[in-house]
Design a protein around this ligand. Structure first.
Ligand code: TMP
Length: 221
């Protein structure tokens, strides 16, 4: 077993952030489309919200984008450290960070979070190393996994001019298996896990997504 702590049967206490929702999925699974749809709907309803993504558009996120686009090269562990550093800024920036926004009663929806690090960085860096970088970050109240078959996800990516370093088809089965291992870690936590069938039309996926979101308290702008 690659995840040693689970094997020892420990069950750490995790902090869960209310009104924080995370979308996850393989490349091409449809998380970006769903983020756009929820942003439009919440804006239409005048709900105080913040739709964001990781890597973030902060200064570390920009370095990560250059690595993903192969403009600069970094060792796998450097990349894993950068993702964790970006996450720390994204969460904790006193003015614009996710936690500050939740305190201001914004509903925060994020495309990718620490589960992506566990799924994407583990193959090259080892699951335990990636977990050690991410274990202190709080969990979202709802984690939504868009379960889209690998072949369909890959097909949706074919229009892109250049693939990023993790989009290769041969990497996807391993990423999926590391996603599953990552999710199983948090079975005992208070985070609610949802698996949505991402192979359907975006509007149908969105109906399920919306059913989750509408259970949350919404503050009007
Ligand atoms: P995206 O903006 O199209 O979702 O691409 C981001 C890429 O970065 C995607 O291939 C997943 C990858 N990624 C990681 O490898 N680790 C992480 O922690 C995050 C947030 C993303």
């Amino acid at each position: 077993m690659r995840y040693k702590e689970k094997a020892r049967g420990k069950s750490p206490d995790y902090t869960v952030l209310s009104n924080f929702i995370v979308l996850e999925g393989l490349d091409g699974a449809g998380t970006t489309t769903q983020l756009k749809l929820i942003d439009e709907e919440l804006s239409r309803l005048g709900v105080l919200h913040y739709c964001t993504s990781e890597p973030s558009d902060g200064f570390i996120g920009k370095i990560i984008r250059s690595i993903l686009e192969k403009k600069i090269q970094a060792l796998p562990k450097t990349t894993a450290l950068l993702f964790a550093a970006d996450r720390n800024e994204h969460l904790n920036n006193p003015e614009y960070g996710i936690i500050a926004r939740l305190r201001r009663e914004e509903l925060v929806i994020c495309d990718r979070y620490l589960f992506s690090s566990l799924a994407y960085q583990s193959e090259r860096c080892g699951f335990d190393f990636v977990l050690s970088l991410n274990r202190t970050f709080p969990l979202p109240q709802h984690l939504i996994f868009l379960d889209t078959p690998i072949d369909l996800s890959q097909k949706r990516l074919t229009h892109r001019e250049e693939e990023d370093i993790f989009e290769r088809t041969d990497l996807q089965p391993r990423i999926l298996s590391d996603y599953k291992m990552a999710f199983s870690l948090y079975n005992d936590s208070d985070m609610t896990f949802h698996r949505l069938d991402g192979s359907r039309q975006p509007e149908l996926v969105f109906q399920d997504f919306w059913n989750i979101i509408q259970t949350l308290p919404m503050v009007k702008v």
